[in-house]
Design a protein around this ligand. Structure first.
Ligand code: FAD
Length: 433
């Protein structure tokens, strides 16, 4: 007899996949659930490895963690709302291994492992239409140990494959002539290898700045090259010099856009990542050009299929709590509590929103970077799913961290935040780690 349960497939066992699994697993009367994870552990990008190339199965290394990375959000903001992080002494910006342990605890606590297929890569996702017009999904996956390939049918698919693995590498004229070592931040692990070197880092977003700070402790000189309108405040780092973008390279001489030059031994691209969905059928429209994914509604729902969801699209957000809301929003859609507009209406609404942002001068690749808009987004999807959004204290801490980061990028992680109540927090200075 066919099952009356909604069969949900989750692709990827990082935090996004685990959070969707947690909420689905709480309703096993209504759902059956399979989470596919290609590696042998859950945790996604938080599983640090020294490796930078391929894994034991020949798949590209997924994680972009580097050895000394501490979080850029305090744990009080970063944690999943229904699973607070253990409070330890010391700064709120914890080492990545603390997050890995936390995610493993989360998976255990909510008894998710019975639903998880580890060492299982999703190779293909194909839509099919039933006589009643309903779309179902045929998922082909390979057990990487036995090499056996299987295809199974699901009623809904939640794509949680992460998007910090495939580096965006802009072409720089003359790069072929550079004799030194070149990596993307995806492959960066430790700063010691840059001892006494002259290093150029291209890009001053999160990883560019963080890696510049680390590498400067060992390198003779760091050139932080970027196109930001103003210099980044890197107090005390006397051997870090900021330069505009790179115009060209001739051998080991880098020529910057202001005409200045520098001799460079090593080059690190910190130029961001690309969204990729290599398993998706060509029948499913998935545009990822200009680092922007379409056609998606509310940064989550594929506009042609109301049972295909893509997690992790918004940038400059608080990812773990965001996933917590999005997961419940998805279930409310599948359960019919949220009625989505027709495909045409969704496209119309989306195009209007997109035009308004483009008219404000925001480039297409930045329109999903929610930043100030994130709080309204959380409130909107929480209200639609009839669940609480975040208390004001979360935004207050987030904004405070932003100010501290602006004041001094090299010391903002030395503080401990404590939530007192929904409105208030306390702050104390800890000794640098
Ligand atoms: P991922 O963690 O990337 O997980 C995706 C999973 O999908 C992986 O386990 C992968 O193996 C699996 N997968 C992919 N393709 C397939 C397939 N075909 N079949 C089966 N499995 C597949 N966020 C913060 O909140 N705070 C921070 O301090 C912070 N620092 C960061 C530092 C770095 C260097 C990076 C790269 C990111 C950082 N982030 C931070 C953002 C972080 O990516 C998100 O917080 C979050 O971990 C993303 O989770 P995810 O589940 O979307 O993706």
């Amino acid at each position: 007899m066919p099952s009356s349960k909604t069969r949900i497939a989750i692709i990827g066992g990082g935090v996004a996949g685990l959070v969707v699994a947690r909420h689905t697993a709480a309703k096993l009367d209504s759902y059956s659930l399979t989470l596919f994870e290609q590696t042998d552990q859950v945790g996604g990008t938080w599983i640090y490895t020294d490796e930078t190339d391929i894994d034991k199965h020949g798949l590209p290394i997924h994680s972009s963690m580097y050895k000394n990375l501490r979080t850029n959000l305090p744990r009080e903001v970063m944690q999943i709302p229904d699973f607070p992080m253990k409070h330890n002494e010391g700064p709120s910006f914890v080492h990545h291994s603390v997050i890995r342990e936390y995610l493993w605890d989360y998976a255990k606590h909510f008894n998710l492992y019975p639903h998880i297929k580890l060492n299982t890569v999703v190779k293909h996702v194909e839509p099919d239409t039933l006589p009643n017009g309903q779309t179902i999904w045929m998922i082909t996956y390979e057990d990487l140990e036995s090499k056996i390939e299987t295809t199974k049918t699901f009623d809904a698919v939640v794509v949680c494959n992460g998007h910090y693995t495939v580096g965006h590498v802009p072409h720089i004229p003359g790069i072929e002539s550079f004799p030194g070592g070149t990596i993307h931040s995806h492959q960066y692990r430790i700063p010691e290898v840059y001892a006494r070197k002259k290093v150029c880092i291209l890009g001053a977003s999160w990883s560019g700045m963080d890696i510049a700070i680390e590498v400067s402790q060992y390198a003779e000189k760091v050139y932080l090259s970027h196109n930001l309108p103003e210099s980044v405040d890197l107090k005390m780092l006397e051997n870090v010099e900021q330069r505009p973008g790179i115009q060209s390279i001739q051998g080991n001489i880098f020529i910057f856009r202001d005409g200045s030059t520098a001799e460079v031994d090593n080059f690190i691209y910190c130029t961001g990542y690309k969204f990729t969905y290599p398993f998706m059928s060509t029948k499913v429209e998935m545009r990822t050009d200009d680092n922007h994914v379409e056609p998606t509604y509310k940064h989550l729902i594929h506009m042609d299929y109301q049972n295909l969801f893509i997690m992790g699209l918004p940038g400059i957000v608080i990812p773990f709590p965001l996933f917590h809301l999005q997961a419940q929003y998805i279930l409310s859609i599948l359960e019919g509590q949220i009625k989505l507009p027709s495909t045409e209406q969704m496209r119309e609404e989306y195009e209007m929103e997109k035009k308004a942002l483009l008219d404000l001068g925001i480039p297409l690749r930045h329109i999903a970077k929610l930043k100030e808009r994130q709080w309204a987004y959380y409130d909107e999807i929480a209200a639609a799913a009839n669940i609480p959004s975040f208390p004001p204290v979360i935004r207050k801490i987030y904004d405070h961290v932003d100010q501290m980061r602006e004041l001094d990028l090299t010391t903002y992680k030395n503080y401990q935040y404590r939530i007192i109540d929904d409105e208030n927090f306390a702050l104390c200075y800890c000794k640098p780690c």
